[in-house]
Write a new protein. Structure first.
Length: 73
């Protein structure tokens, strides 16, 4: 998750990349830094790739309070 400064304030951007293909497979923009923004980006990535199994890695940065499970069946 990163922030983008604009004249109206900050917008938050979450990007999910496929490490193998190096393509962006999911993303979400929002005006608030929320776990729902991350879930939206992960769901877009799952719909884009339709994987049989997933390994998701996050460095969690300085926002390491995300407690929802990022594993989907």
């Amino acid at each position: 998750m990163t922030y983008v400064p604009t004249w109206a304030g900050f917008l938050y951007l979450v990007v999910v990349t496929d490490v193998y293909s190096r393509k962006v497979v999911g993303w979400a923009f929002g005006v608030n830094m929320t776990a729902d923004l991350v879930i939206a980006a992960l769901n877009m990535a799952l719909l884009t790739r339709k994987p049989e199994s997933v390994i998701h890695h996050s460095d969690q940065g300085s926002q390491g309070v995300f407690n929802r499970s990022s594993q989907h069946l």
